[in-house]
Design a protein. Structure first.
Length: 672
């Protein structure tokens, strides 16, 4: 029997799935041909979901640590005992040091609205420190917000009618696969595709043009384009007059970025800058798909803000097929009935999840004495792993982890609680790559003794004596409340169809910028008063900001973009994917390799003051001489010496949005 479901991994595509169930086991997963956006095909990862759910390494019972921390020695224990222990230790930390000594740490292992947010009310009521969910997108969000306002952007589908597509810092064929057919349709009708990325990704290889710029120089490139567009009068004067503010100030700023200077900053040729600007400026329907890559820089919000101003200069929002995409979806949006921020005591401390290492090792008043991790794997995904691991290893820190697998984080736990997978729970899904929502019923019951996020937090709430009705809400009640969300995006959504498990389009236009912009002025803000008020440059600023630590000793840049066969640290339990991916590797330019006597296939050590990581060298011209590229976030335990790529990244925050600058690290490399 085939049952309908949704892929809930942290990916913009949020695919419609069909899962075959035989004798209570999932034996195959394929794409749902009825899904209006993902249309029946799925990525190489998702076909392995049967091996995700029924994997022989899956944790099936609660576990208690029996050896020293991190030794990996655990014994099974009963659920009641495990939950009692968790509740007791949380209560003890709160009693001894105040509830702020407890820290939840979660992210996007499972994107369902019910289960992803199932712990919020609990930790709010407890008065635990509040985790700021900043590891991924807020720099991009803030950048767009300053220029175009918040909310959904142009749909990817509409790009099928574009004649000039720019993929700006996204690796579509890896991270946004279902956008590709829409881009290809445009190309069949003559559209030109340009990729802007510091290394030659699979997507770049299949583009008409690839601008292999230095990381962190996107704002300069966008300003260089503006310079040419203004100088050659490729502007839409009418649109600028009616729907933008600050053009005169922008004109002066852009005058600082002639193609020659821009090319020097970006590591491109002046002709590349000019030809991109002319192609974009002369196109009938220029379209840009931004990824999150340019935002993972210390000046990442500025980069996205500057890119997002380009459509305004040429009046793109007036023309079908033109526009700009960051993120989509967005409803249901009012989760407060579920997350209950009102239960949180006033002035409760916020802790930025990017700075977990710092929080666990340096915070005082109160120190963190209890860490509860769910739907995340900070030992692999958080920056500056050495400090994160030092924190997790603290003897006076109690750690509980809800997980499906013995990740590097779970190994550091005192108690491990077996988590049910998304195919074993009911949940409602919105996407950030299309405008459909979809409900999924459990395909099978929880495997082994595993339990859902919701079941665990309700059991803990009972032990804590929390009596608010939110602590006894069921999945069904939560889903129904979500479906009653008053957002205008939900208007006209056929709820019966949602309940039937079909993907249903939200009430969001293909071009949400047609009428107005959700900025303070209601216009595109070339000049942003709200950024000026926050002490930021109100105009685009093209000066790159590099990793300041270590100075000239570390001359190379290091980026860690996504791997095609894994999703962040997820899917590493699948042996077939591990085999196909081979050993963790790093792309090194032939000149850089030769200077250091590094050979293709040899082991290298990459290091800076924050840490070190061993990888296999792949010597290739697919990267720039000053740039090392390591794709993916392997479980650190799968690296030689147990050290992953986040050894090298920094907890320093971006200019706005307080995000991690994951693609902004300086390193050196040597033969191992
Ligand atoms: N297969 C797979 N799919 C995924 C993921 C995965 O790990 N694997 N992760 C998921 C998640 S959580 C997210 S947020 C999305 C992210 O999806 P993307 O936005 O595609 O990923 P990013 O890591 O942000 O990097 C995108 C591209 O930006 C490039 N880049 C790095 N620095 C710069 C820069 O300074 N300027 C420019 N122009 N480009 C730069 C990188 O080389 C990379 O090719 O993908 C999701 N989908
Ligand atoms: N160096 C570097 N670091 C990065 C990035 C980068 O580009 N470079 N990308 C960053 C980005 S964009 C993001 S979003 C974060 C991601 O950070 P996370 O959201 O923490 O990443 P995942 O690896 O997806 O981890 C989710 C964990 O949840 C578990 N899990 C998955 N599905 C389920 C489920 O259904 N039920 C239960 N119980 N558990 C489940 C998985 O086993 C996995 O261990 O990482 C960031 N870290
Ligand atoms: Mo992400």
């Amino acid at each position: 029997m085939w049952k309908r479901s949704v892929c809930t991994k942290d990916c913009p595509d949020t695919c419609g799935l069909l899962a075959r169930v035989e004798d209570g086991r999932i034996t195959a997963v394929k794409g749902d041909p009825d899904h209006p956006y993902t249309r029946g095909f799925i990525c190489k990862k998702a076909i392995h979901f049967p091996d995700h759910v029924h994997n022989s390494d899956r944790i099936l019972t609660p576990l208690i640590r029996t050896g020293p921390k991190g030794s990996g020695r655990f014994a099974p224990i009963a659920w009641d005992e495990a939950l009692d222990r968790v509740a007791e230790q949380m209560a003890k930390a709160a009693a001894d040091h105040g509830p702020g000594a407890v820290l939840p740490y979660y992210y996007a292992g499972h994107m369902g609205m019910v289960h992803r947010h199932a712990g919020h009310a609990f930790f709010h009521k407890l008065g635990a420190s509040r985790m700021m969910p900043t590891i991924c997108g807020p720099a991009s969000t803030e950048g767009f917000k300053a220029s175009l306002g918040s909310g959904p952007s142009t749909t990817i589908e509409s790009a099928a009618a574009s004649d000039f597509i720019v993929i700006w810092g996204s690796n579509t064929l890896t991270t946004n696969l279902h956008a590709w057919p829409f881009f290809q349709r445009a190309r069949k009708n003559g559209a030109r595709l340009t990729v802007i990325d510091p290394y030659r990704t699979e997507t770049a290889k299949r583009a008409d043009a690839h601008l292999m710029l230095r990381p962190g120089t996107d704002a300069a490139l966008a300003l260089g384009m503006m310079n040419v567009i203004i100088a050659e009068d490729l502007l839409d004067h009418d649109f600028i007059a009616q729907r933008t503010v600050g053009f005169e100030a922008l004109r002066i700023r852009a005058a600082d970025y002639p193609p020659e200077k821009t090319a020097g900053i970006c590591g491109l040729t002046p002709d590349q800058v000019r030809s991109l600007a002319r192609g974009y400026g002369r196109a009938k329907a220029p379209y840009i798909r931004t990824g999150w890559g340019p935002g993972r820089q210390l000046a990442g919000a500025m980069a996205l803000r500057t890119i997002a101003l380009l459509p305004g200069l040429v009046g793109a929002f007036r023309r079908p097929g033109a526009g700009i995409t960051r993120s989509l979806g967005g409803a249901p949006s009012d989760l407060s009935f579920w997350t209950r921020p009102d239960l949180c005591p006033p002035a409760t401390r916020w802790i930025n999840m990017v700075q977990l290492g710092h929080a666990l090792t340096e915070l005082d008043n109160p120190p963190i004495r209890y860490l509860h991790v769910y739907l995340s794997n900070p030992a692999a995904v958080a920056p500056q792993s050495r400090q994160v691991m030092a924190g997790l290893a603290r003897k006076d820190l109690f750690v509980s982890v809800q997980e499906m697998f013995m990740t590097d984080t779970a190994r550091m736990a005192d108690i491990v609680l077996p988590g049910a997978s998304f195919l074993e729970v009911k949940d409602l899904y919105r996407s950030y790559g299309h405008n459909y929502i979809q409900l999924a019923e459990p395909v099978i019951p929880p495997v082994g003794q595993s339990r859902s996020m919701l079941a665990v937090f309700q059991a803990l709430a009972r032990r804590m004596g929390f009596v608010e009705p939110v602590f006894s809400m069921t999945e069904d009640q939560c889903v129904e409340t979500l479906l009653a969300d008053p957002s205008p995006y939900m208007a006209g959504v056929d709820k019966e169809r949602v309940r039937d498990g079909r993907a249903v389009r939200l009430n969001i236009a293909d071009n949400p910028y047609a009428e107005s912009f959700a900025t303070p002025s209601g216009k595109i803000e070339f000049f942003s008063q709200s950024w000026a008020d926050q002490g930021l440059d109100p105009l685009p600023d093209g000066r790159p900001v590099r990793d300041p630590e270590g100075g000239s000793r570390y001359g190379l840049e290091f980026i860690t973009p996504p791997h095609r066969l894994f999703l962040n640290s997820a899917f590493h339990e699948i042996a077939a994917l591990r085999r196909e991916a081979g050993s963790p590797s790093v792309l090194i330019h032939p000149h850089t390799a030769a200077e250091r006597r590094i050979f293709d296939g040899s082991q290298v050590r990459i290091y800076n003051d924050r840490g070190e990581c061993y990888l296999t060298a792949r010597v290739t011209e697919d990267t720039r001489p000053e740039l090392l590229v390591a794709e993916g976030l392997r479980w650190p335990g799968l690296h030689p010496d147990g050290k992953g790529v986040n050894q090298l990244t920094s907890q320093r925050l971006t200019d706005a949005g307080q995000t991690c600058a994951f693609h902004c690290s300086r390193v050196e490399v040597a033969p191992a």
